[in-house]
Design a protein around this ligand. Structure first.
Ligand SMILES: [Zn+2]
Length: 160
């Protein structure tokens, strides 16, 4: 099993956001220097606009933010631009599952492969899902793309 490792500070920031945004899904990125050093990690929370889209057009967006997330596009782009400008790595894409387990759903897979169903948008990035029940953190799981199986698989997640 491959192993993902992130800093305790990043994990704590993601957990705090997931609890704060309960009962809705939260989302965001962890970026960092290409050395892979935990000390260079920075968490970039992104606004989940799923509730807004659902209210505007429930036909096109049948789920609300309790079971889905959609990143605010300008905030998303700003992080991508920051990664380019500062020559950083996109280490983690994360979101929470309010009152559900920390698994990688078919919807999560489809969203991670938004351009091409046989390849994730960010093939080298770890995907973290955080389970929150009744507003309290339960656990987190990490998933990585397996290029041979062409599928996401769970990997171990450690804090350093
Ligand atoms: Zn999900």
């Amino acid at each position: 099993m491959k192993e993902a490792s992130i800093s305790r500070a990043s994990m704590d920031a993601m957990i705090a956001q997931a609890e704060r945004e309960f009962p809705f899904e939260c989302c965001g990125f962890v970026i960092g220097g290409s050395s892979g050093d935990a000390a260079t990690e920075e968490v970039r929370p992104i606004t989940n606009i799923q509730n807004r889209k659902h209210a505007e057009d429930p036909g096109a967006f049948p789920r609300d933010a309790r079971t889905a997330f959609l990143m605010e596009p300008r905030e998303h782009l700003a992080v991508m631009n920051e990664v380019d400008r500062r020559k950083l790595e996109l280490r983690v894409v994360y979101h929470s599952h309010p009152d559900h387990d920390a698994y990688f759903s078919a919807t999560d897979r489809a969203q991670a492969c938004s351009f091409d169903p046989s390849e994730p948008d960010y093939p080298d990035t770890i995907y973290i899902v955080i389970s929150v029940r009744a507003g309290k953190f339960v656990n987190a799981a990490a998933f990585a793309w397996d290029a041979e199986k062409k599928e996401f698989g769970e990997i171990s997640l450690g804090c350093r």
